[in-house]
Each structure stands twice: as structure tokens, then as C-alpha cells.
Design a protein around this ligand. Structure first.
Ligand code: OAD
Length: 245
């Protein structure tokens, strides 16, 4: 199975990567629905929805402060480095990610489409145009406010109840519809419209290589090669950086 995946990657003319929280698990970030997933302990309605932010912005900021603390000092693992290597080998290899931790860019990857935004920046909730990196000063403030207009700031992540950034999601679907190979890593394929990306690729006759230790919503089919291992173990092999696990 691994040899077939290596061969598919080698032959692919238009490969695309699609990642979720499991991609960052081995760097120390927690998933949402996997084993010890965040949504088993915390409420996405309260902490990650637009209604939750309006009802209790302080709770949402406390939660993001906690996640930023976790992300502090986190470095991309061997699987990330393998994807960066693959990008240089293939020349053009877009990365569509649901992750907001910025690790693809930190690993030196280019053409990264963050369809759920980024937790490393914040902007004015009243949309006055103010936007900023999340400095420790802002993080210290229990409820950071916009220095220009005084409204509350919000992290630049897509919350449940909000639309995804239109241009980014439309380019992501276009890439999925036109790729010949989609490498799907560390996502439960449960949150829409992101979850539609692999299905769009399949409908357009692409092959999928899935890397996830557990079964997901992706179908069993000749066009789906599911490698039930961790991203950090398998990606260096697929990228030709290692010969054995
Ligand atoms: P989930 O938490 O739903 O799924 C993570 C997947 O990663 C699970 O299927 C795990 O089995 C798998 N996994 C765990 N460790 C892994 C490893 N080392 N290598 C490979 N796979 C591993 O995360 P997402 O699918 O990304 O939305 O969740 C989608 C969205 O739901 C997130 O972007 C977030 C969340 O609510 C927003 O914040 C808008």
C-alpha cells in the first residue's frame, strides 16, 4: 500500500494536500474529535461559535489564550518537514488546511490555504479595519479592545455560524476539482464545507491517499488508499526521506 502511494505521488501531475487537526497532533496540538479531542471536554457552541463570542467574549478569549499557550514553542514535526520537501520536489503542491496553528507556514511551505483562518492574528469585531498579530500584550488583556475604535477584538478564525473566506474556499474547491491526487491527512472529514473537498476530488476522478490512524467518513473505494498510521511516521516515507518506519 505504501509503495503504491509513493508511486502515485511520483506520477501525479497535479497533487494537492488537505490537512486537519491530526496533522499537528505529533507536534503537541490537540485534535477536536480524535482521542482526547478538545470537543470532548469543551463546548464548541460556547467557545467556537459566533453566537458564543457575542454572548461571552471573555470566555472565548480565555479559551484562545489557552490554545495560544499550547501553540507557543510548538514546532513542525517530521511529517511537516516531509511535506515541505515534497513541495520542493513536485514544484507546485498547494496545501489546503483546516488548521489555524500556522504550522504549515512555519515549516516553510508556500501556497497554504487556511480555510478556517489563523489564531495568530486578531481583528476588530466591528470591522473598522484594525488587525494585529497576537502579541503577548493583547493576550494578557482579559478582553482585548481595538485601539482605533474601542470595539472588542476577535481572533481571526472562522467560528461556527460564519461563512468561510469566499476566495480561499472557492480556490480550494477549484484545486480539489482539478487535482489528480489529493493527500488527506489527519482530518475526521466531518465539518462542512471543508469536508466536501475530498468528495469534490473523488467526483472528478482523482485518487485519494488518506493518512489517519482511524477510519473516517471517506468511502472504501479503489480510488481511496487509506494508510492507518500517524502523519509523522508515514509522510517521511512517502516523501522519500526515510526507507523504514
Ligand atoms: P478532528 O479532531 O475532527 O479530526 C482529527 C483527525 O486526526 C481524527 O480523525 C484523528 O483520528 C486524526 N489523527 C489523530 N492523530 C493523528 C496523527 N498523528 N496523524 C494523522 N491523523 C491523526 O479535526 P478536523 O477534521 O481538523 O473547526 O476538524 C475540523 C474542524 O473542526 C476544525 O478545523 C475545527 C473543528 O471544530 C474550526 O475551528 C472552524
Amino acid at each position: 500500500m505504501i509503495n503504491r502511494a509513493i508511486e502515485l505521488i511520483r506520477k501525479s501531475k497535479k497533487p494537492v494536500i488537505f490537512t486537519g487537526a491530526g496533522m499537528s497532533r505529533e507536534s503537541g496540538m490537540r485534535t477536536f474529535r480524535g482521542e482526547d479531542g478538545l470537543w470532548k471536554k469543551y463546548s464548541p457552541e460556547k467557545l467556537s461559535s459566533i453566537s458564543g463570542l457575542k454572548a461571552d467574549p471573555e470566555a472565548v478569549w480565555n479559551w484562545y489564550r489557552m490554545r495560544l499557550m499550547t501553540a507557543k514553542g510548538v514546532v513542525p514535526h517530521a511529517g511537516y518537514r516531509a511535506l515541505t520537501h515534497l513541495q520542493s520536489v513536485k514544484g507546485h503542491l498547494p496545501v489546503i488546511t483546516q488548521n489555524v496553528d500556522g504550522l504549515h507556514r512555519l515549516a516553510g511551505q508556500t501556497d497554504v490555504l487556511e480555510i478556517h483562518g489563523s489564531m495568530r492574528t486578531a481583528s476588530c469585531m466591528d470591522k473598522c479595519g484594525f488587525s494585529t498579530e497576537l502579541t503577548s500584550e493583547i493576550q494578557k488583556n482579559s478582553l482585548p479592545v481595538c485601539p482605533d475604535c474601542g470595539a472588542i477584538l476577535r481572533p481571526d478564525i472562522v467560528l461556527f455560524g460564519e461563512a468561510l473566506p469566499a476566495e480561499i474556499i472557492s480556490r480550494s474547491y477549484e484545486l480539489a476539482e482539478n487535482c489528480d491526487l489529493l493527500i488527506v491527512i489527519g482530518t475526521s472529514v466531518q465539518v462542512w464545507p471543508a469536508a466536501g473537498i475530498p468528495f469534490a476530488a473523488l467526483e472528478n476522478r482523482a485518487t485519494i491517499i488518506e493518512i489517519n490512524p482511524v477510519q473516517t467518513e471517506l468511502p472504501h473505494s479503489d480510488n481511496v488508499i487509506s494508510i492507518r498510521r500517524k502523519a509523522g511516521e508515514i509522510l517521511p516515507l512517502l516523501a522519500g526521506l526515510k526507507e523504514k518506519i
